[in-house]
Structure formats: C-alpha cells, structure tokens
Design a protein around this ligand. Sequence first.
Ligand code: SF4
Length: 327
Amino acid sequence: MNQDVILTGMRPTGALHIGHYVGVIKNMVALQKTHPCFFFLADWHALSALYDKTDIVRASRYEYVKGWVAAGVDPKVSPIFKQSDIVETLKLNQFFQCLTPPGWADRSPSWKDFMNNPNADRKLDNLGFFTYPILQAADIAIVGGKLVPVGADQVSHIEIAREIVRKFNRVYKAKLPEPEAYLSEVPKLPGIDGGLKMSSSIGNTISMNETEKSLQKKVNKIKTDDTRGDMANPGNPDNCTVCEYHKVFSPKETCDRVFAACRSASIGCGECKLVLGESMKKELLPIADKFNQITDTMCDEILADGALRARAVTKKVWAEVEAVTKF
Ligand code: SF4
C-alpha cells in the first residue's frame, strides 16, 4: 500500500445521486484499497452556499454517509467524519488565513467562475466562499494529507493549498506534507435531460436509492438521439445520452452490440433503454437495498467513531503546529 495520505470529501448540499456515485464515490471505494484515506463531509464548506438552509446540510450528512457506505466505503478502514467535528482544522485555518495574501484566494477557479458568471447564485458573494481554498488547505494539512483526488478543473485549488502549506513550512521551519492533486480518470454522467451536469437543483437526477420501478421509469426518460425519429431510421449513439449511461453501466460486449444495432436500425430506443435498465439495476439495486437499511443512528455512530479516529491524528498535527509556531 502507498503510504501517502489521501483526503477527500463532499459538501453535503442536497440529495445524493448517481452522478456522485459514478464521479466520486466509486473512486473513494477504490482509493481506500491503495492508500490510507480520510473521508469527510465538508459541512463548513457547505455553509458558504447554504448558511440560511442549515436543515439541508444536516439532512444531507445522513444521506451522504448512507450513500458512501452502501456503495462500499468501509468506515472501519478509513475514518468518515464531519469537518465541523475537527476543531483543529479551524485553528490551523487561522494561521493559514494570516499567511495568505488575498490575491491567492482571488485566483481560485470557483471564485473566478462566480465573479464572471452573471447568473451565478449571488448568495455566494461571501468571505466563506472567497476563502474556501484556505480552509481546504487546512482540511488537508491537519490530517497530514498529501494527495487530494480532483478533476482537472480543480487542480488550481490544490496548487493554492500547496503554496499556503509551503509558506507555512518556510515561515515556521515546519514539515507539513505539501498537498498534490491526485488526478484520476473519473467518468462524468450527464443529467437524464442530456444536460452536462446531473444536479438536484435542475431535477435531472437518478438517486442512489431508487426502487426497481422508479429506476426503470427514470431510465425511460433519458434523452435519446433527437435526429433518429422512429425505429426505421438508423441512430447515432455518439449523439445519445443513453449511450453515455451504457458506457458507464453496461459491459463492453453489450455496448458494442447495442450501438451496432442502433446504427443499423435493428433496435429501437425503448428496447435499448430496457437493456440499460437491466445493467443499472444489477449495479444499483443492491446499493439501494443497503442504503435503505442504514439508519440515521448508525450514521451518527459512524461519524462519532470517525471523528474520534481522525482527531487522534489532527491533535498530533496541531501539537506539531504549536511547537513550531511557539503559539
Ligand atoms: S437505440 Fe439507444 S443508443 Fe440508439 S438512439 Fe436509441 S437510445 Fe440512443
């Protein structure tokens, strides 16, 4: 096993869906087999968008723990904890805030997107969101984290975190590990409406605990190749959202067979969606079953145990910080 510590988390900001499962959670399950991992619910980060809807953050915490564990994340192997249970993060964050010039936070891609997008949620115009990369640096450093799994669009955030930790090490002659982006091939699932992003706020999602019936119903709604018209016309899987889902959930032989049949007009979209439904049910229904068996009380126990184990590490890192900073 590689000994570089990985930290990854999700902001509990609403319903969990299979876009999260495909893009983040499956990767978490794989990573905990190769690296020591810490998995956290970034509830302080969630506040920057939902400071006036804390009930959503609270309810989402349970949903996310259920989804992670149901999908195969083992809380006995890697601690699962709430960011807000780790007080040492806030203490280190204060040091990092004092070391970070505002220009560094201003370079954050999320902040730039927000500033340049006239349709962005104006509530994000707050210092919590602006200073997000600084708190993220503290999240990573306080667990001795080195690797952070991110997509290519998030690398700049980790570069900011690295510069902050590097400056801390230089100023205090400390030896905190410098964070690095851990890029992995992560498939992105479009929304069932064909939109680039699956999102609860758009309403184009499939949740992680659908029933057999509701899952097939949503599969039937996935957008197809507009130009096909009826079954007599050959289709183009490259222009079809159903094809994107097949690539994620169906075995390669099934994809090859279905896509060839689509191009030769020997399969209709209804049948193609039934095949996809079977593939998705095979993978997702056992997860949904497990999800529904996990109670809120079980989540509380997992989070309490995770916080205890994470704090055994964060207290040590904070003791080192106190020693080098003579604070
Ligand atoms: S047959 Fe399948 S891949 Fe082809 S257009 Fe219809 S849904 Fe899309």
